[in-house]
Design a protein around this ligand. Structure first.
Ligand SMILES: [Zn+2]
Length: 259
């Protein structure tokens, strides 16, 4: 029988993030001995993430987490949108990568990787801001030396231009139903917003009820790949369903309820 595996992922880790919120997450993860995947922005210029004064010991802090078993991913380069494209798996406009020429994307990834290296951090894992990427992003990741991407909406992982695309079907904490692979995404800096406070509770609930299924990135990344063409077709169908069919079904449901 297939065993459910859950990866816990934290996005938007940078020197000006809300440290108190991230430390809340760390103490909770420690309680259950969970080692997450954390997405570090090499040169963050996103004003939404300028929450605290830059922490001088940020890179030392990240290296300490890495030494404790956390997996470090590169999360974009500057975390700001430069194109008005949607990317492959999202319907929202705006991207740091999708729609930009291949050479530009290679340049951004090289610069980001060099910054991480200059602080003694090597990684071959990437995920893009706003889940927004295109085929040139995948080609560029391959040429710059990445091996894994935590993104995509396919049911199974697949290989594309030498990159293992490990699906991440929800932008938040998924409902754990069937035996499968799940990526639970959290943005700790958002927990101070009243409408997002529930995300912290979802992390507590996930750890309380499913901590035995939560695995390290190393273990999660070993999942078997499906056929690329089949997985990409299913991914396209899923994106289309979420963008166009599901909203109509929800509307219809409420219309029937009102009658
Ligand atoms: Zn982000």
């Amino acid at each position: 029988m297939y065993k459910t595996k859950i990866l816990v992922r934290f996005d938007d880790i940078c020197p000006t993030m809300d440290f108190n919120q991230f430390l809340r997450a760390i103490s909770l993860l420690d309680k259950y001995k969970i080692k997450p995947l954390i997405g570090v922005i090499p040169n963050c210029l996103d004003s939404d993430l300028m929450i605290e004064k830059p922490h001088e010991d940020f890179w030392h802090f990240i290296k300490k987490l890495q030494a404790r078993g956390y997996t470090i991913a590169m999360h974009g380069y500057q975390h700001i949108f430069e194109s008005n494209h949607r990317g492959i798996v999202t319907r929202r406009l705006g991207s740091e990568f999708a729609g930009l020429p291949y050479e530009v994307q290679v340049d951004k990834l090289r610069k980001g990787k060099a910054i991480l290296s200059s602080h003694g951090i090597e990684t071959d894992v990437f995920f893009a801001p706003a889940h927004s990427y295109d085929e040139n992003t995948i080609k560029a990741l391959s040429v710059v030396g990445f091996k894994y991407m935590s993104d995509g909406k396919s049911p199974k992982a697949y290989m594309w231009h030498g990159i293992k695309c490990l699906p991440c079907k929800t932008g938040g904490c998924p409902k754990i139903r069937n035996a499968s692979n799940y990526t639970a995404v959290f943005h700790a800096h958002e927990w101070v917003r009243p409408e997002k406070a529930v995300e912290y509770d979802r992390l507590v609930d996930l750890l309380e009820t499913h901590s035995n299924m939560i695995v390290s990135f190393e273990e999660f990344s070993k999942q078997r790949c499906g056929n690329r063409w089949g997985q990409k077709l299913l991914e396209k169908c899923f994106v289309h369903y979420q963008a166009y069919i599901r909203p109509q079904l929800v509307k219809l449901y409420f219309k029937i309820l009102k009658q």
